[in-house]
Ligand binder design. Structure first.
Ligand code: NAG
Ligand code: NAG
Ligand code: NAG
Ligand code: NAG
Ligand code: NAG
Ligand code: NAG
Ligand code: NAG
Length: 352
């Protein structure tokens, strides 16, 4: 007992010493990440741990926040009375029981020039939605939690889940048709709570926030598929990628579909990486990659191993993205914490 206590305390002081002294091992490890800041990449849990629980549900957020060091992503939608809710799809019937509760609520609206039919949050006051519950949006996942959890308001997510917050605003102009100001809503949230990231695929929306959010809030421009048109500039996202310095004027980072970085052929093999991560870093922009989930079809080059895919984006010897948006936050955290920079870590053990 005494001996082992002694051994422990010696080991403890040794560890303390190692922590206090920025030795060569620590320096080597710190420089191992090729992110813009040199820090380890961030993990962003899309709608919480949405691979297991319904996207944007209480348990999805609580599980992601309590077990891991990940940021919490909320897709912000506004109700008729201007209350923000987190929901993965603008069509509420895609991910809630709304069509059962309001069978006559189906509407058709133009969303960024595209006609959409379904149930929309702008037709309901927040009180009307009390009994609406969440459903899985991806049908191959478990139905065990369908109908068990009510909608989460943005304010609840920001005030209760202890984790960095990421608010994504996918459709600003849609809400203005209903006299709802997404901008005022987001600004009021960012005054009352810590909002770490705000992302949007709309240039005019992000520009309207520049200088009005706290200095610690990162504005992130989200790229959609290359052929789609950005509504406020009429340019395609593909063409906007060629001028990253213009994006730097209103954002500190970009979020891209993962195929922008590692394209995949039609027969599902991985092509050589593009230069987009280096281009973004040269322009002073952080770059986050989206669309990761353990149950999505992976390129054959990963041999069905999602860890191998994450490692391609963060530990390939050439570049590292600044963050990963995922439905399964545990897996990239494993990739970052246990499987990355193994070549360097081996050197560290050598020093010890
Ligand atoms: C919800 O929308 C997504 C994206 O459009 C689609 O892939 C999915 O199949 C939809 N799910 C349901 C249940 O309609
Ligand atoms: C929700 O359900 C309860 C119990 O069935 C009911 O009393 C209440 O009126 C419902 N609320 C709304 C807004 O539909
Ligand atoms: C929005 O406000 C304008 C001006 O106050 C009004 O004319 C219009 O009907 C409103 N639209 C909706 C959808 O409420
Ligand atoms: C974008 O294109 C549409 C249709 O071609 C046009 O009506 C609109 O004025 C254009 N907007 C801008 C900002 O150029
Ligand atoms: C890139 O954007 C900047 C700022 O908006 C503009 O001045 C410049 O001409 C653009 N460059 C190209 C090649 O389009
Ligand atoms: C993916 O696998 C194919 C087939 O083995 C190979 O030709 C290709 O070079 C691989 N892609 C990358 C980026 O390594
Ligand atoms: C790690 O070291 C091995 C053996 O030297 C090498 O083949 C591999 O490319 C290295 N990995 C990285 C990511 O640098």
């Amino acid at each position: 007992m005494g001996r082992s206590g002694h051994a422990c305390s010696v080991l403890g002081s040794l560890l303390l010493l190692l922590l206090l002294l920025p030795g060569p091992a620590a320096a080597q490890k710190g420089s191992a990440w090729k992110t813009l800041s040199g820090d380890a990449p961030a993990v962003i849990a899309k709608g919480g741990f949405s691979g297991l629980f319904p996207d944007s549900s209480d348990p999805a957020y609580l599980f992601a926040a309590s077990n891991q060091d990940s940021a919490q992503w909320c897709d912000v939608r506004l109700t008729k009375d201007g209350v923000g809710i987190c929901l993965p799809d603008i069509k509420m019937d895609n991910c809630t029981t709304i069509s059962d509760l309001f069978p006559k609520g189906k509407k058709t609206y133009r969303v960024n020039g595209v006609s959409m039919t379904g149930w929309f949050s702008v037709d309901y006051n927040s009180i009307d939605l009390t009994n609406v519950t969440l459903l899985r949006a991806i049908l191959s996942r478990t139905n065990r939690f369908d109908g068990s959890f009510t909608l989460v308001q943005v304010e609840v997510a920001l005030s209760q889940y202890k984790a960095p917050a990421w608010l994504n605003v996918q459709h600003d102009s849609f809400y203005s048709q209903f006299n709802l100001s997404m901008r005022s809503y987001i600004l009021s949230m960012s005054k009352q709570y810590t909002v770490d990231y705000i992302s949007s695929p709309e240039v005019s929306f992000l520009k309207s926030l520049v200088g009005r959010v706290g200095r610690k809030t990162k504005l992130v421009f989200r790229f959609l598929d290359e052929g789609l048109v950005e509504p406020s500039t009429n340019q395609t996202y593909g063409s906007m990628l060629k001028n990253l310095s213009s994006i730097k004027t209103f954002a500190s980072g970009i979020l891209v579909p993962k195929h922008y970085i590692w394209p995949v052929t039609a027969d599902n093999y991985l092509q050589p990486s593009t230069s987009v991560v280096d281009d973004a870093h040269k322009a002073g922009l952080e770059i986050y990659a989206a669309d990761f989930a353990n149950d999505f079809a992976l390129s054959y080059n990963y041999s069905y191993d999602p860890l191998a895919e994450y490692l391609r984006f963060i530990d390939n010897g050439a570049f590292c993205v600044d963050g990963l948006l995922t439905d399964f936050p545990i897996t990239p955290l494993e990739a970052i914490g246990c499987f990355s920079n193994l070549n360097n870590t081996k050197a560290d053990h050598g020093h010890l």
